[in-house]
Design a protein around this ligand. Structure first.
Ligand code: B4P
Length: 193
């Protein structure tokens, strides 16, 4: 089983590249952002609890996200591996994920961290806000709040996995295919090694 984390700030291309990577490597795509948005769309109690936080660009509480991941892992016992997209987003989530994977006899194989300038992130997200129904992409204020949450709480996740030598940085600006090739090179090197 090969488990991958695609890491990076909001708008760095995690969701975009995850779709291509899951197809190529046969991994199960697990996006906490998508899972949370589908709870909101279904107006479930969980969705109602997180709706305002997400609209403000704040992170959802760790307990909610960890419980959600736990049940997805339980419901997918026979996959080749998971691609975690947008998770973990705090050190507490990373520690919880490591424990859950140990219980299942596996671990994180690689963390690919996309590096994109702040100016480019804002441009991409505002652009998506014009064409999608993502409420958190519409205002520059909410985008700034998301980038600030990333810097305060999420950047530390890379430090957590660096301790285990699992992080590779990838330049996340350029065409989607160029970045995809860079990511594939890192994965192929790791899987062969
Ligand atoms: P997410 O759904 O994870 O969304 P995101 O970080 O904004 O990035 P996303 O993956 O969607 O965008 P991408 O970079 O692919 O999170 C949303 C919210 O959910 C969070 O703010 C938080 O509230 C909550 N949440 C999720 N997970 C959580 C967790 N674990 N704990 C707590 N809260 C959690 O793409 C952005 C745009 O760039 C797209 O329009 C794309 O087309 C474009 N793009 C991509 N690559 C490009 C390229 N190379 N060139 C030009 N444009 C590109």
């Amino acid at each position: 089983m090969f488990n991958l984390i695609l890491f990076g700030p909001p708008g760095s291309g995690k969701g975009t590249q995850s779709e291509k990577l899951t197809l190529k490597y046969g991994l199960k795509h697990l996006s906490t952002g998508d899972l949370l948005r589908s709870e909101i769309a279904g107006q479930t109690p969980l969705g109602l609890a997180v709706k305002n936080l997400m609209a403000e660009g704040k992170l959802v509480p760790d307990e909610i996200v960890i419980e959600m991941i736990n049940s997805v892992l339980d419901n997918n016992p026979h996959v080749n591996g998971f691609l975690f997209d947008g998770f973990p987003r705090t050190t507490a989530q990373a520690e919880a994920l490591d424990k859950l994977l140990v219980q299942k006899g596996t671990e994180i194989g690689l963390v690919l961290a996309l590096q994109v300038s702040q100016q480019e992130l804002i441009k991409r997200l505002l652009n998506r806000g014009r064409t999608s129904d993502r409420v958190d992409d519409v205002s520059e204020e909410v985008i700034a709040a998301r980038i600030s949450e990333y810097e305060k709480k999420t950047a530390a996740v890379a430090e957590h996995y660096k301790k285990y030598g699992k992080v590779e940085y990838v330049h996340g600006e350029g065409s989607i295919d160029e970045i995809f090739d860079l990511l594939c090179k890192e994965i192929d090197q790791k899987k062969v090694a």
